[in-house]
Design a protein around this ligand. Sequence first.
Ligand code: FAD
Length: 499
Amino acid sequence: MFLFPLKIFSLLALFSFTFPHTSSSTAAGGDGASVCIIGSGIGGASVAHFLRRHSTNHHPKILIFERHAIVGGRIASVTIGGDAFEAGASILHPKNYHASNYTNFLNLTRKRPSSSEGSFSLGIWDGNGFVVKTLNLKSKWGIVNKIVSFFNGVSLFMRYGFSLVKMKGFVDETVNKFLKYYEGVETRPVFESVEEMLKWAGLFNLTGKSLKEELVDGVKLAPLLIKELVTVITRVNYGQGVNISGLAGAVSLAGSGRGVWAVEGGNWQIAAGLINSSDVELYLHEEIDSISYLGEYYELNSTKGNAYSCEVAVVATPLDESSIQFSPPVSVPVRQLQHTHATFVRGLVNPVYFGLKAVSEIPELVATIEDPRLPFTSISILKCYNETDMTYKIFSRQAMTDALLDSIFSVRKETVQINWGAYPHYKAPEKFAPFILDGKHLYYVNAFENVASTVETSAVAAENIARLILSRFFGKDSSCPSAIKRTSCSSAEALHSDT
Ligand SMILES: Cc1cc2nc3c(=O)[nH]c(=O)nc-3n(C[C@H](O)[C@H](O)[C@H](O)COP(=O)(O)OP(=O)(O)OC[C@H]3O[C@@H](n4cnc5c(N)ncnc54)[C@H](O)[C@@H]3O)c2cc1C
């Protein structure tokens, strides 16, 4: 997720339309086929969108099931102190082209992420003091802000030297390879596995090594930069240190660049808008607990006892903490989710906690290095109402207790806590689940999440799943390269390889 100076959120805006739940078996409709999608996050919403966009000849019935009362999944908002903030995915990268196209298509408005997600002062806290602290001066004079920004750049350069340039080169190279996934469908194959998809773009090798190995042995970064700035970024973005894979690490570092953006009114509107515009039957508050292949079709059963029949089933949620039962069983590599506790506080941080005299001395984003004694990953200002009244977001690996919060905050008017099963626990070499779970028509979008967890990577994976369905089930895919047979758009001769 491209989110370094991250912004936080507010939870759960109610989506405006729901469809009645059915307790009977749903017959296939439209041109004779139904596609059932489990999950209304950006992955599920994007599958529906691309099924419509890439298919002119077929108009299958699309059903989306969502266990919660709202759509969006890990794109959500939280309301604190009367204001809404991003609670999950908060920042989009300037080269997130699907997210950008969605935003235009849905007539949504972009904005700069608030406060510490844009330009901000940074402090790296080691438990005893700030090992890095950039200037915190804000002025109404643009020239003054530019000088402060220049000074901060120079001081970071003095500390980390040309390693900063090398780091940027590594990130740019990775992002440029990722851009291959936006090539026209005439030249871009449909991929049957995550491994094929990564090899085609020249990204597979980056999943075989940890970020630390990649940066030390390959990029030859200064150890201090890895220990401090790089670690801080991966911790803030993925709650994990530099042992995550090189590819997840590069994605995480990319989010610390310039030009990040968000959607005015909440990023969740992207998922909602895609569902709303894709002629979908949406079932809210409908948790699917089993998927059974009954020959020619799948039967989905919900916890409420409803049953649905579909010729194609798409799982658009991580299976790692899921209780969905498959018959026959499916096999996916064991993967743990990293839990991130997001705590939102309206109040005021106590400068004494950081050994400082005044609140104004505390950087807008305080991030910590890897040390098990440190009780939080980051504290950032979301909104400053006045000098004594602000809204903050705290990320931590464990839940923040009241006692701990009271030691950090001198004033706490309102507190909201969310425990996210946030993203995979990354570990190189990564093992990937199959896109096609049963060799038939049961698909898994979040197999791609071991590459990296972002809005954009979900969208890229979802587009590929939509094309797979069109080529494998509907028997033709106008988007396959013409020289490649429809059932194997990912045939070997179409692939580039980096192995
Ligand atoms: C705190 C946090 C910050 C983040 N920041 C960023 C960021 O700044 N930028 C960025 O790009 N990415 C960010 N991410 C990552 C990003 O949010 C995710 O990668 C992305 O939203 C995943 O989308 P998805 O559709 O694959 O899964 P999800 O959003 O998890 O959607 C899955 C949906 O399926 C539903 N579901 C699950 N099981 C069932 C069932 N059995 N039946 C019915 N419904 C079910 C769930 O309720 C959920 O709505 C962040 C994530 C977190 C947690």
